[in-house]
Every structure is written in structure tokens, then in C-alpha cells.
Design a protein around this ligand. Structure first.
Ligand code: ADP
Ligand code: MG
Length: 469
């Protein structure tokens, strides 16, 4: 048994973790985390949900992936299905009936409640808003560095200004870089400074759910009133409403109504307004009217800072060496970086031993492998051949014509700078050339680089493309 196996997870937990990575925190918390599973009968795993509506929703957006993942994790299961099961419902078939279907007099008081009947509308949303604010996502816990300093400063302004400094604040960036964290931090800070201000934070998915629900129960008034009465509205992961036309329409109206009344709106997305696909032009342009702040991929310094701060918060002393190692190796995003650190801390607590570099490497083997995006010699040959419009086979051939020899030398040079391969190893992969040939190529390219601006630019461009594939 290797060290990594000390932390056992059930197949369902592993599936949930993958779903979370796949769909992101907001979708995960709203739809996937609350799912229950029932023991399988005839090799079929049942996922139970409380309403028909939720069944349709999960079916439409998530079931395929849930099934794929589950079948991979648990070979004894051959299918995954969703069942409605309202825990308070005595008659099984009743659960399959919509609550709006009141033509039959047999409806009991146990009918699932419609969260948008007038009285419930408010509590439904207030609840979902308050429940979804993560207490750890505060400004105090947010580590500021070059990649996120603009977004952070803008978020603080919005939280602390007396008036509306810019509208909307549009935060965008890749997965796991801190968008949700910043939005929650804004909400916490406003609550702290002025608890009477009404702040609503929700994912675009929840917004859509609430809206569709309101339409379904023909009560869009409560919906409109609620959303248009807030001081600050924050909608997370707005890319989710791409292509969902009626939700977009409603969102657009809500958005305009709020902005017109000088209420603060904060939006996050995975892309800039103009790069969002499936969003109407007028909407895109309106989204870009305020301040657009992007969160860039992490730098080594930021990763280091975050790890140190998280280790401190967890009150665990982790070897500086291990922290540096993680900051070097786990470059994908902050969520993953955090996950790695948490796993190490859990491990240390369980086995009661100090975390050394060896232990870290062992415990995190899978994560490290996934982050190892090292460029290969093949990648380089392919890219360079493409760039200079020659055949890949020319990388291995003996042809000495300048138009193939030069690109080949550049490829060798890039292999030396971008991979840890030795000169003989590089030579072997270029048609069995000698290491002195490789050395000569590297010297030659270095010389050319300093004399010829075009070559220098070619090389820079190629390196960049290869490093950020
Ligand atoms: P996103 O919404 O952009 O996908 P999140 O806000 O959910 O990302 O961040 C992912 C995880 O990384 C969260 O646990 C969050 O607390 C953490 N995180 C992100 N940025 C920072 C930061 N600058 N300082 C500390 N923790 C951060
Ligand atoms: Mg998020």
C-alpha cells in the first residue's frame, strides 16, 4: 500500500470531485453536491433528487458526465439513472407529478413546495444567497500578486466605495483563479461595513433556475421585484447563460434596470465580454461599459504566497522546500494548488509525520503528472516544421539545403532550451545525429539570434507557443 492510499475515497466521492473540476465550483455546489445516490439494484445506480424539475435539469446538463465518470470508477455498475424522491412523499408515483398539476383533487399537503409561490420566493433566494457564501472567501484570505492585483483593487473599491465606482465590474479569467473568491469577498465586506445594504450573489445557473422556475409558475413578478430591489447584484460564471435566450433576455432587463438605478452590478465570466460566445451583441457591449478586469494565470511568486498563507491558516508547518516544490510544479490553477496542499496536510495529520519532499512527491503523484506539461521533442519538431512550412520528416532527413537545415537547427536549439533532454538524446531523435552536430546547431542559432531580428522573433514566438499550449 502506497502512502497515497491512506486517504480512501468512495467511487461516488471520486466522481463528485471530477464533476467539480469539470463544471466548476458554482455548478457543483448548486446541482451536483446535493445529489444523493441509492444502492444499486440490477447494476443500476440511482441518483435521487427531490423534484421533477431538478431531475430534468440534471438529466439535461450533467447526467452524461456523471454516468461516464461513475462507470469508470465502479465496474460493477452498468447504468446511472435519476429518480425523483421527495423524502416527505408517501406515494412514489406522486413524486413524478408536477406540483402545478392541481386538476386532480388528490393532491396532499405533502406536494413539493414551489419555491416561487409568493411567500417563498424571497426566502428561497435569500437562503440560496446566504448559504452559498463561503466564509473562507474574504479579502483577508485573498493573496494579492501581479496576476490579480487589478481585479482585487477593483473588487475592494466596489465593496468599500460609498457610491458606485464603475458599473458593472466585470471580472474574468480561467478556472480556479479566484473570481468566485473575490465576489464572495465583496459580499462579506459590504455586510461588514453596512449590513443594511442588500447584496445578492448567485451563479448564473441559479439565476437561470430561478427565472425558469418563475416562468413555469407564472410568477415572474416576484422574481423581477426581488432582483430589482437589491443594492448589489453579483452573478457568477455568466458564460453559463450563453445560448439560453430567454434567460439572457431577462438578465439583460434586470441588468439594465439596476444599472439605470445606479445599483452596483458585478459579473464574472471565463472570458472577456467581447470574447463571450452565444451572448447577444448588445449584451456584450453593455457588459463592457464599466470596468473590465482580468485575472491572469498565476506566477510562481503568487503561488508561493498563496501556499504560505494557506499553510499558515491551516496552522500546519510545511517545509519551505515542499512549498517551493509545489509552487514550481502545480501551475494549472489555484484550486488545484490548494487541493494538493490540503492533501498533504491531511496526510501529515493521518500518519503524524513531517512532510518531506519525497513524501510530497509520492502523495501527489497523480496531480504532479497532470501538471507536467513539459514540451516533448516531437512537439517541437512538429511546430517548427509547421512554422517554416517543411515536412516533419525533414527533421530526421539528411538533406542539407538551407531551407530545411536552418529550421532543423532551430528545432534542436529549442529542444535544448525547452526540454531537459541531453545533447546525445536530442541528436538521436533528429535522425541519429551526433551530439556535436547538436552542439554546433545550438551555437549557430545563438549566433544568428543576436544578428538577425527575424530569427530572434521566430524563436521567441515558437517558444511561447510551445510553452503555453
Ligand atoms: P474561480 O471562481 O475563478 O474558478 P475560485 O474563486 O473558486 O476560482 O478559486 C479557487 C480556489 O482558489 C478557492 O479555494 C480560492 O479560495 C482560492 N484562491 C483563488 N485565488 C486566491 C488568492 N489570490 N488567494 C488565496 N486563495 C485564492
Ligand atoms: Mg467560480
Amino acid at each position: 500500500m502506497t502512502a497515497a492510499h491512506h486517504i480512501e475515497q468512495s467511487p461516488w466521492e471520486r466522481v463528485q470531485e471530477r464533476l467539480r473540476n469539470k463544471f466548476g465550483e458554482a455548478a457543483y455546489n448548486s446541482w451536483l453536491k446535493p445529489l444523493n445516490i441509492e444502492t444499486t439494484s440490477n447494476n443500476c445506480l440511482y441518483i435521487t433528487v427531490p423534484t421533477r424539475f431538478m431531475k430534468d435539469w440534471v438529466n439535461t446538463y450533467y447526467l452524461d458526465k456523471i454516468r461516464d465518470y461513475y462507470l469508470e470508477e465502479d465496474k460493477s455498475v452498468s447504468d446511472v439513472q435519476i429518480k425523483v424522491k421527495a423524502s416527505a412523499m408517501p406515494v412514489a408515483e406522486k413524486t413524478e407529478t408536477d406540483s402545478e398539476n392541481i386538476s386532480s383533487k388528490k393532491i396532499t399537503p405533502l406536494t413539493p413546495k414551489d419555491p416561487f409561490d409568493k411567500k417563498e420566493a424571497k426566502s428561497f433566494l435569500t437562503e440560496s444567497v446566504n448559504a452559498s457564501l463561503d466564509p473562507r472567501f474574504t479579502f483577508d484570505n485573498f493573496v494579492v500578486g501581479k496576476p490579480n492585483e487589478l481585479a482585487h483593487a477593483a473588487a475592494r473599491r466596489v465593496a468599500e466605495a460609498d457610491n458606485v465606482p464603475f458599473n458593472p465590474l466585470f471580472l474574468y479569467g480561467g478556472v480556479g483563479l479566484g473570481k468566485t473568491h473575490l465576489m464572495h469577498a465583496i459580499a462579506w465586506q459590504i455586510k461588514k461595513i453596512n449590513p443594511t445594504r442588500k447584496v445578492i450573489y448567485l451563479s448564473a445557473e441559479k439565476f437561470m433556475y430561478a427565472f425558469v422556475r418563475a416562468l413555469r409558475f407564472k410568477d415572474t413578478m416576484a422574481f423581477k421585484e426581488l432582483f430589482r430591489s437589491v443594492d448589489v447584484l453579483m452573478i457568477d460564471d455568466v458564460q453559463f447563460i450563453a445560448g439560453k435566450d430567454s434567460t439572457q433576455e431577462e438578465f439583460f432587463h434586470t441588468f439594465n434596470a439596476l444599472v439605470d438605478q445606479n445599483r452596483q452590478v458585478v459579473i464574472s465570466a471565463d472570458k472577456s465580454p467581447s470574447d463571450l460566445e452565444g451572448i447577444e451583441e448588445r449584451m456584450k457591449s453593455r457588459l463592457g461599459w464599466g470596468l473590465v478586469a482580468d485575472i491572469h494565470p498565476t506566477t510562481y511568486e503568487l503561488r508561493l504566497g498563496i501556499l504560505q498563507s494557506k499553510a499558515e491558516l491551516a496552522q500546519t508547518s510545511v517545509d519551505p522546500q515542499v512549498i517551493e516544490f509545489l509552487a514550481h510544479k502545480i501551475t494549472s490553477n489555484i484550486r488545484e494548488l490548494e487541493g494538493a496542499l490540503n492533501r498533504l496536510i491531511a496526510h501529515a495529520t493521518l500518519v503524524g509525520k513531517r512532510i518531506t519532499l519525497d513524501v510530497a512527491q509520492d502523495v501527489l503523484r497523480d496531480i504532479l503528472r497532470a501538471n507536467d506539461r513539459r514540451v516533448t521533442i516531437d512537439d517541437i519538431q512538429k511546430r517548427v516544421a509547421e512554422h517554416f512550412n517543411i515536412r516533419i520528416s525533414d527533421m530526421h532527413s539528411v538533406r542539407r539545403a538551407r531551407n530545411v537545415a536552418r529550421p532543423r537547427q532551430i528545432a534542436m536549439y529549442l529542444c535544448k532550451t525547452l526540454t531537459p533532454k541531453s545533447l546525445p538524446e536530442i541528436g538521436r531523435q533528429f535522425g541519429g545525429r551526433d551530439h556535436t552536430t547538436v552542439l554546433y546547431a545550438i551555437k549557430k542559432v545563438e549566433e544568428l539570434k543576436s544578428q538577425d531580428k527575424t530569427i530572434m522573433e521566430d524563436i521567441e514566438l515558437l517558444s511561447r507557443m510551445l510553452e503555453y499550449r
